[in-house]
Design a protein around this ligand. Structure first.
Ligand SMILES: *[C@@H]1O[C@H](CO)[C@@H](O)[C@H](O)[C@H]1NC(C)=O
Ligand SMILES: *[C@@H]1O[C@H](CO)[C@@H](O)[C@H](O)[C@H]1NC(C)=O
Length: 420
């Protein structure tokens, strides 16, 4: 080999290494080439009894013992450790503790909303008081797939595009000014998905909205309609989408909807069947499950414990994640400009959601807090939207040591006759 050849060989070698390091091609992720690809092991802590968060809290009115029993069994079957937070009845919340002006509350503000607000504030208060790094908060009718831990490992990897800054910027921010930017999960750089980094879900985030009954894809177009053109839109949710193709825990397109009478979500028509998409939260509603970091809990408790109470908790969290409370760009002063250049809240969500609302049979299943899209409490068949192999629906089988049955097969055909 002449020195010139050696240089070329070294150059080619380095280039190939760099390409493999930063942009693993798809074919390297399937056998027999898999061993050449980057290691895809997710953070092992996600498999622990609190899904890699410091704690899991579940909100439950002590009088609803039926729900506490059910959630206790469901958690045990999934090897999860849940700490109960007593729910609050709205009638027990005095008017004088409510933040904000009474006129700021929406017409539909109910006594139920008041109790729900207080219960969520109580969880946030505990997280702040005990300096808890991160916690998952569940409502007591939340349900999930028997494969939850594996799903969470994949979600965590995707979420890092939004939550793991490198040199002060997340991947989502670097893609901010691209129209409809999209990345396959397998294309995420190893530098942000590496499981050796200290925190399973990334180091800089406020909320991970894992259980909801509807969300929107953020886009540059919709964000600019909300405000005058600005030098910076850093406080709006970034439009990046991270896609997880061929996730067989995702139901067929017909079943991608928050309740049986809804139209399918945009996800159903925009993506091939069995695609899951992780993106920044925008327009998300229902709080069956969400995680907060310590910084997120402090910001939320300050905002909604002390300053603002305008409606149902999920609608306020939606607005907060959408950047509604972030310093507006309308402020022309230097301080206003600086504030608006600061990053807005970092809330990450996933479609379809990983947690969903369990709809039971009969009156005993009636929600104490009506969820949007609820109201069919007398259904003859129990169901949980979005979840193919539900822990709640399969509880009878799982406690007997049997396998769970899917609600719908791969093609979307119902497999279920009764609550079994
Ligand atoms: C699970 O992992 C998280 C993150 O490392 C940790 O804070 C938590 O204590 C662990 N949970 C259990 C039950 O060990
Ligand atoms: C809270 O925890 C963080 C690290 O998790 C630590 O740096 C900080 O000092 C703690 N704050 C208090 C008030 O204990």
């Amino acid at each position: 080999m002449t020195p010139r050849h050696r240089h070329v060989a070294v150059f080619v070698g380095l280039t190939v290494t760099l390409i493999l390091w930063f942009r693993t091609p798809e074919w390297l992720l399937i056998p027999p080439f898999r061993f050449l690809g980057t290691p895809r092991t997710a953070h092992p802590d996600i498999l622990n009894r609190t899904l890699g968060f410091q704690h899991i809290f579940a909100i439950n009115l002590p009088s609803r013992t039926d729900r506490r029993d059910a959630m206790t069994i469901a958690a045990a079957l999934s090897d999860l450790e849940v700490i109960w937070i007593d729910g609050v009845a709205g009638k027990d919340v005095p008017e004088k503790v409510l933040p904000g002006h009474p006129d700021s509350r929406q017409g539909g503000f109910t006594v139920g909303n008041k109790g729900s607000w207080r219960a969520h504030m109580d969880v946030l208060q505990r997280i702040v008081r005990e300096n808890i790094t991160s916690a998952l908060i569940l409502e007591d009718d939340a349900d999930w797939d028997v494969r939850l831990k594996a799903q969470m490992q994949i979600f965590a990897r995707a979420a890092r595009a939004f939550t793991q800054p490198r040199h002060g910027q997340t991947l989502a921010e670097r893609y901010r000014n691209t129209h409809h930017p999209e990345l396959l999960i397998s294309r995420l750089p190893r530098s942000i998905t590496d499981h050796r980094s200290p925190s399973p879900y990334g180091t800089d985030w406020d909320a991970l909205w894992l259980g909801h009954c509807g969300t929107e894809f953020p886009t540059i177009t919709t964000t600019t309609t909300r405000t005058e053109p600005t030098t910076s839109n850093a406080h709006f949710p970034p439009p990046l989408r991270v896609t997880i193709p061929e996730d067989m825990t995702v139901p067929a397109p017909d079943h991608l909807k928050p309740h049986p009478f809804a139209f399918p979500d945009a996800l159903a028509s925009q993506y091939p069947p069995h695609t899951r998409v992780v993106h920044a939260s925008r327009g998300t509603v229902c709080t069956q499950a969400y995680a907060v970091s310590q910084q997120g809990a402090r910001k939320l408790l300050w905002r909604f414990g002390l300053l603002t109470l305008s409606g149902g908790w999920d609608l306020m969290l939606r607005d907060w994640c959408d950047g509604v409370f972030h310093p507006s760009t309308g402020d022309a002063t230097a301080a206003g400009e600086a504030a608006s250049r600061k990053r807005g809240p970092t809330c990450v969500t996933v479609q379809p959601p990983l947690f969903s609302h369990f709809y039971g049979k009969g009156n005993g299943a009636a929600s104490d807090i009506m969820a949007p899209g609820g109201g069919f409490v007398n259904r003859q068949r129990e169901m949980t939207p979005y979840v193919r192999v539900s822990v709640r629906l399969n509880m009878g089988r799982l406690v007997e040591g049997e396998e769970g049955v899917e609600q719908w097969d791969e093609e979307g055909v119902e497999q279920w006759d009764d609550g079994g």
